[in-house]
Write a protein that binds this ligand. Structure first.
Ligand SMILES: [Zn+2]
Length: 167
């Protein structure tokens, strides 16, 4: 059974007993297109410590996303590079069509972890949001409601049990 995305979101964030009672079991999985995991080859010029920070950013997404949208840092067809100037001229740049993330070798006002966290969000299909980690040109590590909704819209996340006070 398929539901329109808007209805699926309403069902997922419904907080009254009635909403829970009538919410479909798993409409969002059903509506999402098939996806493949996002696996990277990480530029060998990153130090072990840097790789640890990149892995930490990937893990945070992997705790939120559906299995088909998980990030792997081993042997994939995506590339994660360190560059002196990214193509966009910002701290990070992500091109899903090219399966590419560039991270500035000296990010301004942001850590490697923060840049990787944002760019991984794009890699799993998210666009920019008005709050939280996916804000454009702003450093944040917050996973706000906007970010969860965008993640759901992108087909990368479910929002099964949001607390009522997050609405
Ligand atoms: Zn961005």
């Amino acid at each position: 059974m398929k539901f329109a995305p808007a209805l699926a979101i309403v069902a997922a964030i419904g907080c009254s007993d009635d909403a829970r009672a009538t919410a479909p079991a798993a409409p969002i999985v059903d509506a999402a297109p098939p996806r493949v995991p996002v696996s990277f080859r990480v530029d060998p010029s990153f130090s072990d410590a840097d790789r640890g920070e990149i892995a930490r950013a990937a893990l945070i997404w992997n705790d939120l996303t559906l299995p088909a949208s998980r990030i792997s840092l081993e042997g994939g067809d995506w590339r994660l590079y360190r560059v002196d100037v990214t193509r966009g001229g910002f701290n990070g740049f992500c091109s899903p069509p090219e399966r590419l993330i560039e991270i500035d070798s000296e990010p301004v006002g942001a850590s490697l972890f923060e840049v990787a966290l944002h760019e991984f969000g794009h890699a799993v299909g998210l666009e920019h949001t008005t709050t939280g980690v996916m804000m454009a040109r702003t450093v944040s590590t917050d996973f706000t409601f906007d970010v969860f909704l965008e993640c759901q819209r992108a087909g990368a996340c479910l929002i099964p049990n949001l607390p009522c006070d997050i609405r």
